[in-house]
Design a protein around this ligand. Structure first.
Ligand SMILES: *Cc1c(COP(=O)(O)O)cnc(C)c1O
Length: 397
């Protein structure tokens, strides 16, 4: 024997004694019924699975606000769903316009390049959403076949509030629109059909409050036609939408579906249907605003400009001599709360997605964050912040 039995700590020794409150940019806490569903294994084919798939598609259509038949799941992260949209709708030589506000919108542009697309990028100004006139101008100038955009740019905590207008203009100019709604779906309005969106992507571990690793994608009828008009072979096999159709629409085999994750997703979607989108949007808006007010009332400033600010992930500016990694480590070790650092700007980020937008989590997270900043010697008015949080939570929609 060359390889000996390794020395391994049991999970009980590796994991913290008390679960950490997950208040970063994902994964987010999951409801207990989602974690129950995630513990079950069933046959990946057959009648029970057919019912699950049927219901997941029906609920996803509600969450995407689409009547399109072409809803599919993906075994993989949000990025796999992004790649599925890009790799199926873009092929070598196709002109693509990528609207960029940060890390994830750049990832879409990079995927489009790797798919052989001729990609031009529009860079939104720092801390601001994409400018409507500038994007219209770029569409007229470059005549792209496909436009990629994020609804919420998690990395820079910016919200592209002109998405409906951009999608409508693109549609009028024969350009199909791919929208990454990984962090925003079910936290704020998105209407795939009304806005004329051709592909919507989401992951499990953010707005939907399910587990990471099982994602959803919706294609419009036009997008499906485009996919089927592909002039060259699809080089992806797992992400080939026409093969994924076997499982998602014809009850047959593509690859073994992540059965437990699909059950978890089913449960997360069912909870959204129970709550209704209207009530869920109102809850997210109220909780996120209250948290933002609380943070400001402690004496800190928010990163994104107010008009472009993303509600589902809040970016908070740090003084130059304090680094995001230090804050994240301290708040985790001392207060058992996880928040996120950043991809670039000197900010930390607190999530407001799904189960994160609950009042009891807000109080604990805000207190832990204020106390952490105080521990670093910054003057924090914690009582004022907590009072402001409470006051704004009282504003019922
Ligand atoms: C998190 C995120 C992704 C990537 O999701 P993964 O599951 O990490 O692949 C993509 N886009 C946005 C906007 C995100 O917030």
């Amino acid at each position: 024997m060359i390889v000996q039995v390794p020395k391994i700590s049991p999970l009980t020794k590796v994991l913290p004694d008390e679960p950490l409150l997950m208040m970063g940019a994902g994964p987010v806490p999951i409801p207990s019924s989602v974690s129950w569903a995630n513990s079950i294994v069933i046959n990946h084919l057959g009648e029970t699975m057919a019912t699950i798939v049927h219901q997941v598609k029906a609920m996803a259509r509600y969450v995407f606000q689409t009547e399109s038949k072409w809803v599919l799941g993906v075994a993989g992260p949000g990025s796999a769903a992004m790649e599925m949209a890009v790799a199926n709708m873009i092929w070598p030589g196709e002109k693509v316009l990528s609207v960029c506000n940060g890390f994830f919108s750049e990832r879409l542009a990079e995927m489009a390049r790797r798919s052989g697309g001729e990609v031009v990028t529009y860079q939104a100004p720092e801390k601001h959403c994409a400018d409507l006139d500038a994007v219209k101008q770029a569409i007229i100038e470059h005549q792209p076949k496909v436009l990629t955009i994020v609804q919420g740019e998690t990395s820079h905590t910016v919200f592209n509030r002109f998405l409906p207008e951009i999608a409508a203009f693109a549609q009028d100019n024969n350009c199909q629109v791919i929208v990454d709604a990984v962090c925003t779906l079910s936290t704020m309005p998105l209407s795939m059909d009304d806005w004329g969106i051709d592909a919507v992507i989401t992951g499990g571990q953010k707005g939907l409050s399910s587990i990471p690793g099982v994602s959803l994608i919706g294609f419009s009828e036009n997008a499906w036609q485009r996919i089927n008009s592909r002039p060259c072979q699809q080089t992806h096999w797992c992400l080939d939408a026409t093969l994924a159709k076997n499982f998602w629409h014809d009850a047959s085999y593509h690859y073994t579906a992540p059965v437990s994750g699909l059950l978890a997703l089913h449960e997360a979607l069912r909870l959204i249907c129970d709550e209704t989108l209207e009530a869920r949007f109102a809850r997210h808006l109220r909780c996120s605003h209250a948290l933002q007010k609380g943070i400001e009332a402690m004496g800190l400033s928010l990163y994104a400009s107010e008009a472009s600010r993303l509600n589902s992930v809040i970016g908070i500016c740090l003084p130059d001599d304090v680094k995001p990694g230090q804050i994240c480590k301290h708040i985790s070790e001392h207060y058992r709360v996880e928040i996120s650092g950043s991809f670039g700007p000197n900010i930390v980020r607190i999530g407001q997605m799904g189960e994160q937008s609950r009042e009891h989590h807000l109080f604990r997270a805000l207190h832990a964050f204020g106390a952490t900043m105080r521990d670093f010697g910054l003057p924090m008015d914690i009582p004022n912040g907590m009072a402001e949080l409470e006051k704004h939570l009282q504003v019922k929609a």
